[in-house]
Design a protein around this ligand. Structure first.
Ligand code: FAD
Length: 268
């Protein structure tokens, strides 16, 4: 079994969510894991993968991927997976990771799953578990297919163990990625109003407030506590509907999915 871990790069470094993918890969295929990193900072992301024992990494340090749609990255990742002879692709379950596996299901002809909280081998197939129906149930699925692409849920797995390996970087031939995929470029990003501290999706501590806080001003105690704990601020829909905080704070079925190790709900 050969597993390809996709390094997500955030601000030029390995995104924390990639460590969840590394942890799953180490359990599934300790000796058969390879990596891929594309975009600005790909080389340093590859070095970070090597610290976790993934020494063979396909690299495309090309800034065109930074502003291109995920379709361009999916093409490059599929190319690396084919070159590596991989049967499974793992990526952290961020917005990027979820978008990527959906595209890989078509581009690489793979079974795709997101929000994965358990993965194990079962008689030549992969058995995965994940929450469904907004977390009201868990489904187990057996992937009896030659290729799988999985986005693993942040914080659902133990931290990967560092076991440095020498980096054997392979240059990815980006000329094979069709130029049209780089066409729709992102030219600007304006930050929405969000809480201070870590982003809700990545945070290992989330402090959320609800209608029980009674006013926009009183909601400030939630923010004070989150700041003191180094956590992210969330809110119920009652709070965002009332306009106490913007919709970007909302946690839940029609808001953000969170998977912290500690969730404090105040007045919810
Ligand atoms: C299709 C659909 C999608 C939805 N999606 C979402 C979603 O994504 N996210 C979401 O949050 N909601 C969502 N909702 C709304 C959800 O069903 C609830 O109505 C909402 O979450 C209630 O918010 P709340 O708990 O803050 O308010 P309330 O239900 O009013 O609860 C307030 C709580 O505060 C407690 N309280 C009051 N005073 C105090 C005090 N002094 N100290 C401590 N506790 C106190 C009360 O006992 C109560 O438990 C959705 C609803 C629908 C129909």
């Amino acid at each position: 079994m050969t597993v390809l871990v996709v390094a997500e790069i955030a601000r030029g470094a390995l995104a924390p969510a990639t460590r969840d993918a590394l942890s799953v890969a180490a359990a599934l295929s300790p000796e058969g894991t390879v990596g891929v990193a594309v975009g600005t900072g790909a080389r340093s992301a590859a070095e970070a993968l090597a610290r976790y024992g993934v020494g063979r990494v396909w690299v495309a340090d090309d800034d065109r991927f930074d502003s291109a749609p995920v379709a361009a990255t999916a093409h490059a990742v599929a190319q690396a997976a084919t070159a590596a002879g991989a049967d499974t692709i793992l990526v952290g379950g961020t917005a990027f990771g979820r978008d990527l596996v959906a595209r890989l299901s078509v581009r690489w002809d793979a079974a795709a799953a997101t929000g994965v909280t358990e993965v194990r081998r079962d008689a030549g197939a992969l058995l995965i578990r994940r929450p469904v129906f907004g977390g009201r149930a868990h489904e187990t699925r057996k992937l009896v297919v030659p290729r799988c692409a999985l986005a693993v849920r942040p914080h659902a797995f133990p931290a990967p163990v560092e076991r440095p390996a020498p980096l054997a970087a392979e240059t990815l031939d980006v000329a094979a990625v069709p130029a049209r995929l780089f066409g729709p470029r992102r030219t600007a990003v304006e930050a929405a109003v969000t809480g201070q501290g870590p982003s809700l999706g990545d945070a290992s501590i989330v402090v959320s407030g609800g209608r029980g806080l009674r006013s926009a001003e009183e909601f400030g105690i939630v923010e004070d506590l989150a700041r003191a704990l180094g956590g992210a601020v969330g809110a119920s829909r009652a709070v965002t509907d009332a306009g106490w905080r913007p919709p970007s704070f909302q946690v839940g079925q029609t808001g953000r999915s969170v998977s912290p190790q500690l969730y404090l709900a105040i007045g919810i």
